[in-house]
Design a protein around this ligand. Sequence first.
Ligand code: 5GP
Length: 121
Amino acid sequence: MTYDKNNIFAKILRAEIPCEKIYEDEFVLSFYDINPQKKIHVLVIPKGEFTDLDDFSNNANPDEITGLIKGINIVANKLGISTKNGKGYRVLSNISEHGGQEVPHLHFHLFGGEKVGKMVE
Ligand code: 5GP
């Protein structure tokens, strides 16, 4: 799938629409999900133009891959939900149609602040 430069997260990255930012560095942006499913529900997205995890795995460079994985941990630490300073959390990425992906820019959901519950409905 070609990357749609007008998807909602691309617009957030360009600051064309606002977000409630948690963290930002060279590789990632993290912000609160607009429709939280758990007590804490945030998103971590890469700054590069990747539609999903398959695209990212195939096309991101090693620094981008490291930056995204480390970014998730930095955000979890900031929110107090990591194993370092909290009780843990769940990371989830929906991929394409069967995964139920709605926004076609790679993103990881982080759920926490309470027991997250059943893995799949
Ligand atoms: P997906 O189903 O693609 O994995 O998840 C997309 C997520 O993006 C949903 O949880 C949805 O609530 C969130 N979302 C959609 N539009 C916006 C927005 O404009 N701002 C924020 N912060 N989150 C959004």
